[in-house]
Design a protein around this ligand. Sequence first.
Ligand code: ADP
Ligand code: MG
Length: 680
Amino acid sequence: MSVQYLKGVGPKRAQAFARLGVRTVADTFYLLPLRHEDRRVLRPIRDLSAGLQETVVGEVKGTAVTSTRRGFKILSVILEDGTGTLVAKWFHQPYLQQRFHPGHRVIVSGKVSWGPGFEMVNPDYEAWEDGSQTHTGCIVPVYPLADGLFQRWLRSFMKDLILARAPQVQDFLPHGILHRHALMALPEALRAIHFPEQMEDAEAGKRRLAFDDLLLLSLGVARMRRAAEGDVAGAMAGAPDIETAVRARLGFELTPAQERVLEEIKADMARPRPMMRLLQGDVGSGKTAVALLAMVHAVGSGFQGAIMAPTEILAEQHYLKAQAVLEPAGIQIGLLSGGISVRERERLRQSIAAGEVQVAIGTHALLQEAVSFHRLGLIVVDEQHRFGVKQRAELAAKGSRPHTLVMTATPIPRTLAFALYGDLNVSVIEGLLPGRQPVKTELVPEGMRLQAYEFVREEVRRGGAAYVICPLVEESEEADLKAATSLAAELQKGILRDSSVGCIHGRMRTEEKRRVMDAFRNGEIQVLVATTVVEVGMDVPRATVVVVEHADRFGLTQLHQIRGRVGRSQAQAFCLLIHGRYLTEEGAARLQAMVEWADGFQLAERDLELRGPGELFGTRQAGVPDLKVAHLLRDVRLLEVAQREAFRLVEEDPDLIGHALLRDAVEQRWEGALALATVG
Ligand code: ADP
Ligand code: MG
């Protein structure tokens, strides 16, 4: 039921609730207080201290509304409790006067100040009725607010709602679990998390709800894993002669680290069970070569493969690489990009369906599109740590169970990987490629921007090339385009007038992007101004400098990705981070971390600390349910407990037939994604 139809809400407040993420009545239970204030101690007026938050019960002696010279109305209410006098004042709310009747007792809670006597300005207040206080005299929740919602109204609303409805909420957790882990029952937990009797109760309530988050998540993952248990994938032996031909075309020997992870991947692919492997390696560590050889292994075994990249530019880049190294070995490749004609597209689809195209390359949309493969054996997903259970379910729904290799520069902690995927093997390429030096990173305050571009000019004069990255402004492509194009024009006319400056941004058509990228690759363009739209994975070894405008607006992982565009040859590379004069503490910490650490894994750990896993791993995109209360990193202990229980439950009762309430709760949280997983 929509929250709008609850007593006292209506369309206006429903909108305000929506801004807080609350749409249904059930959502309101999870509108968690920001904190609780303990207002239980009633202080005699005589013992008040100015500057402290205090609660006082007193009798109304008199009220008065006065006006300041500028016309502000001030309501003063004089309270006495036998030990002293306190004046409570409210600004701009003269109508409150009618709530205070001389002779009645009221309770007020607020910060004490010392005028000529004790005062409180805009305190929380209510009539004193022993034991039924909401805003004062008890532990009081402080809720997040949105335009159109006021603390006092919201608190009263929540109290009525929780008192009336929480007791009727059915607990979906089996008794055994509650008991084993000393968890509060759901109705009590809801009560405690909003209106606790003791401060510790709120914590206990929170722990219970966090456990729910983690258990429902783990149950979904456990069920999917269980459903996939019987899945069969092609057992692949490869074809050594084709592999040798491709290796000869690479132009370099694989490093021992690359060889090792390739062996791990091949070992998985040799088994008749679908591989699910994450290939982690810092930016520039050479993941693509490994992926291409894995492709060769699949093709050599008579299967097709698909490579999916996050952007068209990257798909194109993979296509160029594949053209150079796979085609000469007789492997048929195809690029399904937005830039090709409808007819060409149709033709490609047909040859993929017929099995003529052996390796299909495209964006992540390749999954959603109506592309059917003749015999899909391997999927490689590039630069993506958000490929999760949902995408796997989509694949499964297509009736194919290919091996899957996901490549990412962002390491996932083990427990997290397990939480999000259920089963996932991880291969890691450590260290830099031979002969590569860490990129030198420097902070450039805005006022010294010019020097950064003088440096670029010098590098270009010596034969180098540079990227200049602008941030997305307010997520608007329009503004984004303007920022990039006007900067490019400014540089071309000004300090970089002797070089050729190009520009690439999200609004360009694929054709144009391709032209600009080609020009940058072959040296016609020496300085490429780009927005973050095209930031990941670009591989132009000539580039030795990357300048980042407004570097403080980028996340740490993103900055590292951007920096990874250079340092792709033997030459020393540089990363110049231009930042504004006023940095937030967190912003400064981020930039400092960039200077200190060249290693992406260490940076990712820092980022995880600064931002938390939700943002970094986009649980939404991974297709797993939102966590309402739990925090995947902070609650890692509880996560382990929940996972154990989830896998035990599914082991004993795969369809949760004996736990109908729990099953409904899981299905609700996963919103149909689970149903998908069991199709096909
Ligand atoms: P990433 O892991 O970021 O995807 P890439 O696969 O794009 O990295 O590799 C970065 C660059 O290093 C590419 O230009 C690639 O051709 C080159 N490269 C990869 N492996 C090796 C190697 N073993 N020796 C030399 N260069 C390599
Ligand atoms: Mg890459």
